[in-house]
Each structure stands twice: as C-alpha cells, then as structure tokens.
Write a protein that binds this ligand. Sequence first.
Ligand code: NDP
Length: 433
Amino acid sequence: LRRNPGEEEFHQAVREVFDSLGPVLEKNPQYADAAVLQRICEPERQIIFRVPWVDDRGQIQINRGFRVEFNSALGPYKGGLRFHPSVYLGIVKFLGFEQVFKNSLTGMPIGGGKGGSDFDPRGKSDAEVMRFCQSFMTELYRHIGEYTDVPAGDIGVGGREIGYLFGQYKRITNRYESGVLTGKGITWGGSLVRTEATGYGTVFFAQHMLETKGTSFEGKRVVVSGSGNVAIYAMQKAQQLGAHVIACSDSSGYVVDEAGIDVDLVRQVKEVERARIAEYAARRPSARFVEGARVWELGGDVALPCATQNELDEQDAKALIASGVLAVAEGANMPTTPAAITMFQEAGVLFAPGKAANAGGVATSALEMQQNASRDSWSFEHTEERLARIMNDIHDRCATTADEYGQPGNYVAGANIAGFTKVADAMLALGVI
Ligand code: NDP
C-alpha cells in the first residue's frame, strides 16, 4: 500500500489474487524463497507520457498516456489500451495485473500489459480522434513491437482507433508490422471473430458453468450491463443459444425490452451513431429507458456485467440473488466488488471472474498474432471453433484447479491459482530478472 499510494483499484486486484494463494504457497515454498509475490506485483516497466493534440477549434489539448508493461515471463506484453476520462495509473496497473493471469490462463505464449489515456473520445470528431491517436502513437511506438509489446483495444478503443494507431505506427517505422497491434480491420491484418471474441467467450464460459448444473442458456432471462463491444456480442451469442436477453445499459442508465433486446439496433445506436442507449428506447415501442439506475435491479437467471470495474455491488448482488440468479459471468474486468462476490459464492451462485470469463478476447488476439506471423487468414468458423475450445479449456482448468485445492466450484480460486502458478514457474526458470 505504501509503495503504491492512492491506487485503489490496483490494491483491490492484487488483494483478490493474493487471497487465493495461501494454499499454493504452502505447497510450493520455492515461490516465497524466490520472492515471486513481491516481484509479480511490481511492473517490469511503467511508461507515462504527454499527449499533445490540436482540437477542431485550433486549441492545444494535453492528455496523459500510459503503458504498463507488467510481466513478460510467458511472452511479449499483451493487453489493451483504454481511452476514458477515469484512466490514471491505478486503473492501468489493475488492468495490467489482471492481464498477466488472464493471459496465462489462455494457454497462449503472451505476457501481460495494459495502457491508455484519460482522453475522452465521447463527443470528439473523427478528425480529433485521429489527431489524438497519432500523437499517442508518436510516443508509444518506441516501446512496442511484435516481439516486445502488442497493444489492443479496450473501453473507448475500437476498430476506428486501432486503425489510426496502426496507420501512425506504420508511417513512423516504415514497417508493415501487422503483429504490433491486434483488433485490426479484416482487410489490413485483422482476424475474423476478434470483434466478437470477448462477448462470445464470456457466454461460452457461462454455458459451461450452467452445464455443471445440468442446464443451459435455453429460455433463461439474461441481463447485461454496458452496450459496447463486449456487451453487444455477449447478447448476440446468448440469443443464439436460446436466451431471452431483456436489458442492457450505458453510463446514463439502462433499457429494458421484454420483447428481447434487438442487438442490431443497439449496434446502430451505440457503434454507428455513437449515441446514448436512451435512443434505443425512443425507437423501440417494446422498450423503456430507466435513467441513472443499474440493470441489476431487474433480476434475472444469468447476469453478465460487461461495462466497467466495480459496477455491481452488494445491493445489486442482493437484488440478483433475490430473483434467483443462477450464474454471473464477468465480461468486464473486475466489475463485481469483493463483497458482492462473497455474497454470490455464499448463496451458491455460479460466479466466473473476468480473468477467466473474458479471456476469449485476448486469446483471439493471440490467434490474430498467429495469423499475422504466418501471413495467413482463417475462416470465421475455424476461428470461432478455436475460441470455443480455448474457453472450454479455461473453464476446465479453473474447475480442476479449484477441486485440486479443495474448493470445488470456486472459479475465483481456480482462475487465480492456475493463472499464477504458470507465471510463477516461468519466473523461477528465468532467474532473478
Ligand atoms: P466499450 O468502450 O466498447 O464499451 C463500454 C461500455 O461500458 C459502454 O456501454 C459504456 O457506456 C459502459 N461504461 C464505460 N465506463 C462506464 C462507467 N464508468 N460507468 C458505467 N458504464 C460505463 O468497451 P468494451 O466493451 O471493449 O469493454 C467493456 C469491459 O470489458 C471493460 O471492463 C474492458 O476492460 C473489458 N474487456 C474488454 C475486452 C475487449 O476485447 N474489448 C477484453 C476483455 C475485457 P458509455 O457509452 O456511457 O460510456
């Protein structure tokens, strides 16, 4: 705490992982001997930089850019960039720390990192977003590379931003180095299924959890928070599996639609028009908009938090448990507060932490890197099949590890322990570095 003052979200993320590790350290004293815990929560490198850019009125704006290269024991740093006004070092470090264990769980050769800026893309013109991205990359380019550090998208960074970032990287370096960024467009080195991967993967994970109780998404009432990349494709896959998705949200409130959410309309409103979710209700007679409230108050059979950190607290957990919720799978990173997680676990609700449930996004980014390295592009079906298999393996790895450590059904413990031991073993093998 004294080493990292004021970085609340980072403390929360570290505490959650370390809380699971007691039995691991008992079994493996070599980790303590080699100071693995101390080393693993200290990023290998943290870069903070000025991002000056000129807005449409000709005024100079200054934002702060971050890249935290957390751990490269398993491979090049890998993790997204977040553009949101709430971004500061504590957010980037929490995300980077989570990413280390998530990437380990995927079974792919990728280390963990994360970055971003306090830039707010909302209400900015395309030209402003482009100038910002170009300025951001003009500093970042010297720190990244196919074998070094491979950023991707996150909140506020989608296909448009990755395009501008990649364009600037290519221009500065004079290299068509496709593997330097993931989440690229299909015509310039991207992978099919990457756009859908985090949302689809979260639903695949939830489906496996439901199977352990002999049930499925068929006919289940599903509530989703957010209406961005992860939320949209989580809703789409849940519907394909027969679920009745009744609600989604943004930071202004939620929409409830008993006729079932029309995912194409959400995409039109949020991705194409970049408007507010209230606009969905304005165009859909079966829907209503509830301002300033959280979607969880509706209750449901399955809850998929897909917006942001700490967006589901004890009060929300209480409402969900009272409605008989069977499963909660985190599409976002750390959306559930620690107290709410405990409530779900004590009530016997299946609970999947983000580092396991939303790992499909980064896993498909690693598949994008594979395609770039071999100058190949795979079909949608083949890539989705690989994603499905990866999510199945992550689910089983978490479940088996939880069993092995005497905590059957505890996906939090399973994910933390399985993610940690692989990284820790690699760190031991690589010496004191
Ligand atoms: P987007 O920017 O596409 O969408 C974010 C959504 O969350 C929007 O609906 C946004 O609403 C809402 N939101 C953001 N911040 C807040 C806030 N402070 N309070 C309430 N709502 C908020 O981002 P993604 O869908 O890509 O990311 C969502 C989550 O998933 C994040 O936690 C991210 O880290 C995680 N994730 C994303 C991956 C990916 O591949 N994209 C991979 C793994 C995890 P509004 O429009 O009002 O801002």
